[in-house]
Design a protein. Structure first.
Length: 243
């Protein structure tokens, strides 16, 4: 990390899903060096982590400058997160609404833990900028995806590590249709097609059924959000062509 300053470097929370893939492209368009970190925490959709290699290879092939900027890939194991949670993402139970109006796919503290571990890694790697796909515009109501949460955590990390980190959430105010649009703006149709084919969003880890928006069960909250956003995005794209 000696040749590139901390302010030119970014660490992207990269799960292998649509949002994190878009965030990776966003970071590659802005920073001289971009590292990625994924988390294995006992999630049912562990297959998402397997999607990362194809996405990274595809992005490197799309734009040579992106290939030159891609840095180390990290995977951190946090099995304790599944052990202390009783959720539909970490247990073989049906997805349903839980108490307080939150779906039982909510893993308490997940993003807080992820960002704290990411900051610790960024500290060691000499990286100032941390990028995550949190969004409170088109989401399932998770409180740790909200802008106020991320801002508060940014302050806590700065104080606790005596470093001036900057947490970036480029999707915070975008719905899923706008996220598809952003991918197109960053990498053209090639990036959109790459995300459709190789990213994984389905909470159940389903890769059998191929839809126009990608693979998934088509029924879980993650698939529903992704499919609805794709329909709006595709309709907008067709309208633009017609004009």
């Amino acid at each position: 990390m000696t040749a590139i300053s901390a302010d030119q470097s970014a660490l992207v929370l990269f799960s292998g899903g649509q949002d994190s893939a878009t965030c990776l492209a966003w970071a590659l368009a802005r920073f001289a060096r971009v590292e990625t970190v994924g988390f294995s925490y006992g999630q049912r959709h562990l297959i998402e982590l397997e999607s990362r290699d194809a996405l990274i290879r595809g992005m490197a092939a799309l734009q040579p400058e992106w290939a030159a900027r891609l840095g180390e890939r990290h995977t951190l194991d946090i099995p304790t997160l599944a052990e202390v949670s009783e959720t539909a993402l970490t247990r073989d139970i049906a997805i349903e609404m839980g108490e307080g109006g939150l779906p039982n796919t909510f893993v308490p503290g997940r993003n807080l833990v992820f960002l704290t571990f990411a900051a610790a890694l960024a500290y060691r790697r000499g990286i100032r900028h941390i990028v995550g796909g949190m969004c409170e515009t088109d989401f399932s109501g998770y409180p740790d995806c909200r802008n106020d949460t991320i801002k508060a955590l940014n302050v806590a990390l700065d104080l606790g590590m005596a470093r001036a980190f900057e947490l970036h959430t480029p999707l915070m105010w975008l719905d899923k249709a706008a996220t598809w649009t952003l991918a197109g703006e960053l990498g053209g149709r090639g990036l959109v097609d790459l995300i459709v084919e190789h990213s994984h969003t389905c909470y159940l880890g389903e890769r059998g059924a191929r839809h126009d928006w990608g693979y998934g069960c088509g029924q879980c909250p993650a698939c529903s959000l992704r499919a609805r956003g794709w329909r709006v995005y595709a309709a907008s794209r067709e309208n633009g062509r017609a004009q």
